[in-house]
Design a protein around this ligand. Structure first.
Ligand SMILES: NC(=O)c1ccc[n+]([C@@H]2O[C@H](COP(=O)([O-])OP(=O)(O)OC[C@H]3O[C@@H](n4cnc5c(N)ncnc54)[C@H](OP(=O)(O)O)[C@@H]3O)[C@@H](O)[C@H]2O)c1
Length: 340
């Protein structure tokens, strides 16, 4: 006789008896499922909200940005190579004239020649400047663009400084800060003010990085500037969204560009990432697709995997785990041997 049946009275009446064993176990299983579902609900909602825009983007055609913003001119910083060069060609294919702002470089003239030959009906201008502290790079940018209206702005120029933070010259860090973050702020401020004053539509896109949303030792300034840029982009986006100005930051997975060649202190993790790098042109369409429908876009498997794999870990805990594990990493050991 079961425990439950003991509670029945003699005449078989069970007005206040417990349910039979079978229904109680069904109730228990039901409760467990409900509990598990409730606990996993935030994960389900997060994953759906995170992944749904990817599905939409997959089926969305690359927008005609010239038509969308009724624009004639775009500006791309770091347009001389890699991702930026891909953007320049992509914009030109849409029929947009482009201003390329990049380091004075011997490759710049041949690039302009090629662009002018490929798109004879369009105009291309170059502003060879270095985004460095104590360089007045805004003056030539303003001068070269004073007679045209830029409606599409791509803050893409950037580089990485590697090694332990204190072991690298302060000036190198400040140059990194200037190029990756401060120049983007100044350029955005200048051209956004014009767009708002003239009541024009347009877009501003930042090439940020996965390093901006995970703690990144050995590239402290790079990761910090990219975190800044993504946050800056999101904040500005909210202010101007209702004016028809789209602001978006993209976080590409490794891209096969000069980015890796300029690294002073080799980082094995970067060398490994480079093996999975895609060609710059292959992400141009996705960047264009992101501009009017995303605020922060993770591009490619590594960026998406890193976001999904880390977003549930409290940042403090993540940093602590990383700090505890770092001394066992090959890169840490290599650089630590030369430290101090
Ligand atoms: N490659 C990747 O795996 C990867 C991944 C995530 C994010 N990103 C980001 O993507 C952006 C583009 O990088 P990329 O991969 O295309 O590398 P890249 O080929 O080295 O392009 C960087 C561009 O920025 C310009 N530049 C560098 N320092 C500058 C300075 N101080 N002042 C003015 N212009 C400067 C470079 O000019 P020169 O051509 O004259 O050197 C080049 O045109 C960067 O912001 C980078 O952080 C890259």
């Amino acid at each position: 006789m079961s425990f439950w049946s003991n509670t029945n009275n003699d005449n078989g009446s069970d007005g206040c008896s417990a349910p039979p064993l079978e229904s109680s176990s069904t109730w228990g299983a039901g409760y467990l499922i409900y509990l598990l579902f409730s606990l996993s609900l935030p994960t389900i909602i997060y994953s759906a909200l995170y992944l749904l825009p990817f599905v939409v983007s997959f089926f969305k055609p690359v927008p005609d940005l010239k038509k969308k913003y009724n624009a004639k001119w775009a500006l791309v910083t770091g347009g001389g190579s890699g991702i930026g060069k891909g953007l320049v060609f992509g914009l030109a294919r849409m029929g947009l004239n482009v201003v390329i702002v990049t380091l004075p470089d011997p490759t710049l003239e041949p690039l302009l020649k090629k662009l002018r030959e490929t798109f004879p009906e369009l105009e291309f201008r170059a502003v060879p400047v270095s985004f460095s502290p104590n360089v007045d790079y805004m003056a030539p940018i303003k001068k070269e663009t004073s007679d045209i209206t830029i409606q599409l702005i791509f803050n893409n120029a950037g580089f990485i400084v590697t090694g332990f933070f204190e072991a690298t010259d302060e000036m190198k860090h400040l140059m990194n800060l200037e190029c990756n973050a401060r120049a983007a702020v100044r350029i955005t401020h200048h051209f956004l003010r014009i767009l708002v004053t003239k009541k024009l539509k347009g877009c501003i896109c930042f090439t940020s990085s996965v390093a901006g949303y995970i703690p990144t030792p050995f590239a402290v300034m790079y990761a910090s500037t990219k975190a800044f840029v993504s946050q800056f982009s999101s904040c500005v986006a909210i202010e101007v969204a209702n004016l028809g100005i789209d602001v978006c930051a993209v976080h590409p997975s490794p891209v096969n560009s000069n980015f890796y060649d300029k690294v002073e202190h080799k980082i094995q993790l970067m060398e490994d990432a480079k093996k999975a790098a895609v060609e710059p042109d292959s992400i141009t369409g996705d960047i264009f697709k992101s501009i009017d429908s995303w605020y922060l876009r993770d591009l490619g498997a590594m960026a998406i995997g890193t976001r999904l794999g880390t977003s549930f870990i409290p940042y403090n805990f993540f940093t602590g785990m990383f700090a505890a594990a770092a001394p066992f990493l090959g890169d840490y050991k290599t650089h630590n041997a030369k430290r101090g």
